[in-house]
Design a protein around this ligand. Structure first.
Ligand code: 5GP
Ligand code: MN
Length: 318
């Protein structure tokens, strides 16, 4: 066992009342990992509460335990320690104010979080934070029940794009296989994650697809989603996950970028690459972060200001 993992496990054993959280724009890995940590701490005889920084995407509402999540502004319970999964502490948004003076245990797989203070286990080679949570549970000789296995399988499936992305390793598939033995349903989870979108999701996808731009070399594709349009369809931004993936489907495209404006003057940028460009480095130059093949950032400004700046940077990285 690595010294980092040992420190994390000791810290989990020592605390009694835990707040568990993750990043804003919560995704399947983040929420699945949070709920699995809550299961583990409860199993260890502790009290554990999951607190979220913003709205859940509707496709994650099926996760066992999602009905007991508390929003940061509703949180009143005392606690002595916090676990952050799938991000660095600052990306927990408004939750950070609740936890910044407490002992924090950080479990993550983002390269951009490799260095930092405190009790932390950060493994960039892991496909999902859920892989690390599984290894902690395993290390403690515990066996996930069906609900916990469902949360962890969802974590793995989300961050590997349904076991298709290049982060999918033999370890990822071995853990997924174990989780299926323990009760996770591959078809049921795939159905919930990918096949039950609200109707307006498809209408917005239509907008994204009909607004694609491709640079003359055919290697960078991008599209835009104006905040007013998202608003007019009454969709929450957290329900829009996955659009950028369609842009990378174009044969020959190395970098795909989706620009999503918000009504408060910001643009959320999602970056994906096929096999060469490290988009985490690109995002870091813009104040964001992520993984080599999937990264993002949020920039102040309008689409007209942000799109030329980011596409020029992307073209320059080829
Ligand atoms: P997405 O495009 O799906 O929102 O994010 C892709 C990846 O980049 C995810 O792993 C996400 O955690 C990361 N990411 C997105 N936005 C930011 C950001 O502003 N800062 C950091 N550090 N990572 C981000
Ligand atoms: Mn993740």
């Amino acid at each position: 066992m690595s010294p980092e993992l040992e420190r994390v496990i000791t810290a989990l054993q020592d605390g009694e009342r835990w707040l568990i959280t993750g990043h804003t724009h919560i995704d399947g890995d983040c929420l699945g990992s949070m709920l699995a940590v809550a299961w583990l701490l409860t199993k260890m005889g502790k009290e554990a509460f999951c607190v979220v920084p913003d709205e859940l995407p509707s496709c994650l509402a099926f996760l066992p335990g999602a009905d007991r999540l508390v929003r940061y502004d509703q949180w009143r319970e005392p606690f002595d320690r916090a676990v952050i999964v799938d991000c660095e502490p600052e990306r927990t948004g408004p939750v950070y104010d609740l936890i910044k003076d407490k002992t924090i245990v950080n479990i993550d797989h983002h390269q951009s979080n490799i260095d930092g203070p405190g009790i932390r286990w950060v493994v960039p080679s892991a496909a999902a934070a859920g892989e690390l949570v599984f290894r902690i549970i395993d290390q403690l000789d515990l066996e996930p029940d069906e609900a916990c296995a469902t949360c962890l399988y969802t974590a793995l499936m989300s961050d590997t794009g349904g076991f298709r992305f290049s982060n999918t390793s033999a370890d990822t598939l071995a853990i997924a296989s174990r989780l299926v033995e323990l009760g996770a349903s591959p078809a049921g989870i795939a159905q919930a994650l990918y096949e039950e979108r609200p109707f307006p999701y498809l209408l917005l996808l239509g907008h994204v697809l009909s607004s694609i731009s491709l640079d003359p070399s055919g290697r960078v594709a991008w599209s835009v989603l104006p905040g007013e349009l998202i608003e007019s369809y009454s969709l929450h931004p957290s329900d829009l996950d996955g659009f950028v993936h369609y842009l990378r489907m174009i044969k020959g495209v190395e970098i795909a970028i989706l620009f999503q404006s918000t009504l408060d003057g910001e643009v959320k940028v999602s970056l994906r690459s096929r096999e060469m460009v490290n988009v985490a480095d690109l995002a870091a130059q813009l104040g964001g972060g992520g993984h080599p093949r999937a990264a993002g950032c949020t920039l102040a400004g309008s689409l007209d200001q942000v799109v030329p700046k980011v596409t020029a940077l992307a073209l320059g990285s080829l």
